[in-house]
Ligand binder design. Structure first.
Ligand code: NDP
Length: 249
């Protein structure tokens, strides 16, 4: 029970990596706030999971592009559960398009969710964690935070931003007893990539030395490590969970 009695907030928790992380945290003894967009399946998922492993699973609607909603998510969590011990800033969207065809609106939307949203969540979490003198924030980056890839300019820019945002926040937060890390998944079998063209998917699989897509649970296990005290001397890093993608050719 690596997260016994810990309170965890996970954004984008209704689907894919987020949902797998909600379930793993509950299995490890945590209370979890499953946060996602209003109207998502998050409320139904949380209702199914609440109490199933002993801990609470509460749904809280939050769009990470809205500062007031993010701040409210953390205020309500601390009021109801008493603390915020770990956060997975996981909400994100994809975006594949040649740059000369990308509008300002499309570019800025990807940055606003995938990068600015991570900052909004971290800021709200830090306000609480500084008061506690402890906490672990984990941001979702990507292999595309370390490498570029054609037709993903906004996504790659956002995820590269997350990697360096994580370093800067970690330096700021360390003296206050708070750790900040990121996870860099390779291509993971979730709804985010379900619509990719089959030939592209096969080419992407071939870029992973382990020869397959990752599973959401494999990323969730990385979050568990970074959220728990097992990683008590780890801060400012990006843990790559990528089947060897970034190891080189
Ligand atoms: P999913 O689409 O399965 O899950 C992402 C969740 O985030 C969805 O429930 C989505 O809602 C939600 N979301 C979207 N926009 C917002 C918002 N503004 N506020 C709050 N929640 C929002 O994708 P994954 O599980 O694959 O992705 C999780 C994270 O992992 C993302 O940050 C992604 O970039 C990253 N990642 C994924 C990889 C992959 O190959 N799958 C590879 C590398 C990184 P809705 O479904 O309604 O959009």
């Amino acid at each position: 029970m690596r997260l016994q009695n810990k309170n965890v907030v996970i954004t984008g928790g209704a689907s894919g990596i987020g949902l797998a992380s909600v379930i793993r945290c509950l299995e490890e003894g945590a209370n979890v706030v499953l946060s996602d967009l209003a109207g998502s399946e998050g409320a139904a998922r949380a209702a199914e999971l609440d109490g199933k492993h002993g801990g609470r699973c509460l749904f809280k609607a939050c769009d990470v592009t809205d500062t007031a909603q993010v701040d409210r998510l953390f205020e309500e969590t601390v009021n109801e559960l008493g603390s915020v011990d770990a956060v997975f800033s996981n909400a994100g969207i994809g975006g594949v398009a040649p740059s000369h065809k990308v509008s300002d609106e499309e570019f800025l939307r990807i940055i606003d969710i995938n990068l600015n949203g991570v900052f909004r969540v971290a800021r709200a979490a830090l306000r609480i964690m500084y008061g506690q003198g402890s906490g672990s924030i984990v941001n979702c980056a990507s292999i595309l935070g370390k490498f570029g890839q054609s037709n993903t300019a906004a996504y790659s820019a956002a995820k590269g931003g997350v990697v360096n945002l994580t370093r800067a926040l970690a330096l700021e937060a360390a003296p206050k007893g708070v750790r900040v890390n990121a996870i860099g998944p390779g291509y993971i079998d979730t709804p985010l990539i379900a619509d990719l063209d089959k030939d592209l998917m096969n080419a992407l699989i071939a870029m992973h030395p382990l020869g397959r897509l990752g599973r959401a649970e494999e990323v969730a296990n990385g979050f568990l490590f970074l959220a728990s005290d097992e990683s008590s001397f780890v801060t400012g890093t990006t843990l790559m969970i990528d089947g060897g993608f970034t190891a080189g050719k």
